[in-house]
Design a protein around this ligand. Sequence first.
Ligand code: SAH
Length: 280
Amino acid sequence: MSDDSAFSPPPFLPGTVWLVGAGPGDPGLLTLLAKHALEQADAVVYDALVDQRTLKLARPDAERLYAGKRGGKPSPSQPDISDRLVRLAREGKRVLRLKGGDPFVFGRGGEEALALVAAGVPFRIVPGVTAGIGGLAYAGIPVTHRDTNSAVTFITGHNAIGEVPDGLDWGALAKGSPVLVFYMALKHLALIRDRLLKGGRPASDPVAVVSKAATRDQRVVETTLGACVEAAAAARIEPPAIVAVGEAVRLRAGLDWLGAAEGRKLVPDPLNVKGRRAAG
Ligand code: SAH
């Protein structure tokens, strides 16, 4: 690509697979490469988390194949999905594997790509906006902020067998990471809360539960670590949801730009940085 030429996407070659992140919901968060892939693909293999509005951007005559995986319901197994990608590519199709968020963030993109490597099918990875960053931004929560958090940890609330991962050092996470961002955490929220409290995280630590982020049904519950389980249940929060733990959550009082559009009054110094400076 020469420096002065306008962006032109690479060709989507028949017989190849593009593993593409669709972002958390809002089709406006697609990359130019994702849009290009949607316009070119002969077959689109998509997940439950991909927004219907995004699928509408696919070529009208493209094959649309659902490969949804939702906890508890029967769904294609991972090898079945990988086999299907290989088969479609071998049929000479341009195969778009479209995943919610980013394909390499708790999305099994690596597993699928390795299956393509094993089968000798050429592929490209197109990163997407992950829910734990972009979804929280839609709730007005920055995952890093100079005054409060210079580190952030992304954690899954589910391991391969659907349980809270226990190979983690929960005490280190509780004490060491100013912001914790949990994916797939609703089912085991009580266990996660207990492990963090046991690990030394204060019950008063702010928590946001952001459901269906960046979709028209986005809902946010602002609560605390001690109260988050009851608060999420009382609000009837549904998956998918991101759970953010840490001081950064307080910034929402100043940065809830979607709320502001509906009349929420934003406060300019939600962490009271000026007050703390004056005091100390
Ligand atoms: N690859 C995806 C994550 C897939 S794991 C990504 O990068 O975002 C599935 C989990 O992602 C869900 O359980 C939820 O925790 C989170 N998630 C995905 N989309 C979401 C959305 N729109 N709102 C809230 N959480 C979302």
